[in-house]
Design a protein around this ligand. Sequence first.
Ligand SMILES: Cc1cc2nc3c(=O)[nH]c(=O)nc-3n(C[C@H](O)[C@H](O)[C@H](O)COP(=O)(O)O)c2cc1C
Length: 433
Amino acid sequence: MTVRRKELHLAAHFPGVNNTTVWADPRAKSQIEFSSFEQLARTAERGLFDFFFLAEGLRLREHKGRIHDLDVVGRPESLTVLNALAAVTDRIGLAATVNATFNEPYDLARRLTTLDHLSGGRAAWNVVTSSDAFTGENFRRGRYLDRADRYTRAAEFVTVARQLWDSWTADGVSRPFAHRGRHFDITGESTVPRSPQGHPVVIQAGDSDEGREFAAATADVIFTRHGTLEAGRAFYADVKKRLEKYGRGPDGLKIMPGVTVVLGDTAAEAQEKASEIRRLQVSPQNAILTLEQIWGVDLSSYDPDGPLPETDPVPEPSITQGRTRHGDTVAIAEKWRALSKEKGLSIRETVIEASTRQSFIGTPEAVATELDEFVRRDAADGFILVPHLTPGGLDEFVDRVVPLLQERGAFRTEYQGATLRSHLGLSDPVGRS
Ligand SMILES: Cc1cc2nc3c(=O)[nH]c(=O)nc-3n(C[C@H](O)[C@H](O)[C@H](O)COP(=O)(O)O)c2cc1C
């Protein structure tokens, strides 16, 4: 067997409040009941995935003063769910998205170490910095932390967490810690002994320049939206290049875009299925809602099958609250209008075309080949699969694509080690003292 240069990594994103979810499908089940989390995690483990991933929302999003349709089912707390999953799974990594703006290092480091102990070394933390006044109200902090300060706090947060994780030696001796910085001034002793991984795996998901720098300095994995071959290769090169100045080699940081997969027995069948899923995801009503989130105003009088508004988006206040920022909405509107004019697309068709993320569509053979090619061509180190169905959305991938990846030597045929660090091929924790 030839020795492969790179190993492909896979993770499962639990669907729910993301805009790929199709609730109208009769097979869709609860996004809150434990059986749903358990089913998807077990499927991913059967497929030998590296980790199971939970996103986080600290306030239900609102649109026109009402809870956003996809959030009406609620958003449970990730670490609690993952601790329960640790009991019904053996090998798969368990990744929680947890905000560095609305938590405290001592408490969070302790909760993550506890998950790492309970799971036998499978914990991961996706450090996000999202903060807006709307979310802050849930924490009585109002306009807490400017955008510019979020990564300063996050960087200091991770530094302190690592100090806490290192405050117990591998042979069980606890040493007091002391940290005095701009955001935290804490001393004491960690209550939990060093966990199997030493440091839970750190994931990062921001995309700004500060976000990329933070990832290069700190993270073990990046969850990115740059999923196409071209954008993926540019992002990959950019971030890997930044590692050197932190004394890190390129293999120490894995880049994993969030992608979707649609399978069919023929290429045409898969394409037909993918178009149908997009039409279900972007219903006429959803098309208007998406447009309103960008334009920031009520557009209910517009016909989803008609042209886009000629007016520009309004600056704050928007009628939408609690969403991750879109960037420059006027520029987006211009881009969408140009797209619509160029291709003669209606509002709904434009939303479908403009909001489609990287999707691998085809026969299992074609999809396996393409996934492997992306990794071989340095557009990614692996993928976070975002299914559109809860909780059965990965069944077909695990049954039909994973064996083909294994056949071509692109993916493991069994878990080699017990910890998530070992699945990811990561050595010592970053910054370990
Ligand atoms: C792929 C991806 C997934 C994200 N998931 C979450 C999430 O689940 N919860 C959250 O609060 N923020 C999430 N974010 C937001 C980012 O972590 C980050 O806080 C935000 O993008 C602002 O950082 P930036 O300016 O560096 O992009 C996500 C971002 C990306 C790119």
